[in-house]
Write a protein that binds this ligand. Sequence first.
Ligand code: ADP
Ligand code: MG
Length: 357
Amino acid sequence: MGEFDLIRRFFTRPTPKAVLGVGDDCALLQSAPGMQTAISTDMLVGGRHFFADTEPQALGHKCLAVNLSDLAACGARPLAFTLALALPEANEAWLAPFAHGLLALADAHGCELIGGDTTRGPLNICITVFGEVPAQRASTRNMPVPTSALLRSGAQAGDDIYVSGTLGDAALALQALLGRVALPPALLAQARQRLERPSPRVALGQALRGVASACADVSDGLVGDLGHILERSGLGAELEVDRVLPLLAARAHYSSGPAQFDQHLGAAWDAQNSQALALQCVLAGGDDYELVFCAAPTERAAVQEAATQSDTPVTRIGTMQAAPGLRLVDGLGRSVAPELASFDHFSAANDRPQGPA
Ligand code: ADP
Ligand code: MG
């Protein structure tokens, strides 16, 4: 199968939103009046961002999901994407399920494949997504630029901090797949689903436009990604451990209870403080693709409305503060220091372990 056969068979489809899709030197998009184009690129490299033997259908899903998650974080509506693909060989048995996983998610979000590039090489998948958000004539209260897009930079001291869905299960699955921790099969299956088939929070992101003051997606871990909001907004924050820890779904669903789950993890990893390990998954585990966002306390009802409207649970986990730095506190506001850096399993959240060759 030649390059053009491959493109025609697996990656050419009708593109009703785009003026012109696959087949020419450029694709053409028509921007609607009053709208801005949101653009983001993410590259996934075999053996670095995913195990080389990852099921191709899941991989197709994930490589688009991580891009849609960036659109979600900006509150943008997905329009189209391009796909740059390096493949070791034109293997139909791999391409068919890959394209299926990719295009099923694309269809679910009305995001059209409008072009790309295909070449032989070590497996490498690079997607650029295009979305849209309404422009704004003047920049509002917190926005440094005139846009309705959610930015990392708009948070104010006193804002509530929220996160969508659950956190840390993808990181836990990764540790299990690397053989560092044993999980009961049902829990592993659930956690693995979070690692391999993340659900980008596209509907929530759009519902939060005009409500959230700042937003980011959680791709590298809550602390790191909230850290981007702190840095870009010039603020600090307080996170409540008691609100964050229950977000680890595997812990919440552990049959003999959360405390036993902590012990189980602690024993498996030979940790001094077993609960800190679960906390580590929630705070520093990557690959969740949830949204972390801020909103003024006066917007609490509006945040709940956005959650309901997008059918996405959200949890309030802390408060933005003027003093720089991220503080973890217990239910009584006392500072707790779980010494995040002391576990080398997560020492480089961006640098995921190599998969089997
Ligand atoms: P050019 O050489 O002008 O860059 P190519 O010959 O590489 O164009 O590609 C032919 C057409 O196929 C282009 O429209 C390009 O966008 C599209 N294309 C190439 N690879 C892919 C792919 N993996 N998925 C979707 N479209 C692709
Ligand atoms: Mg080309």
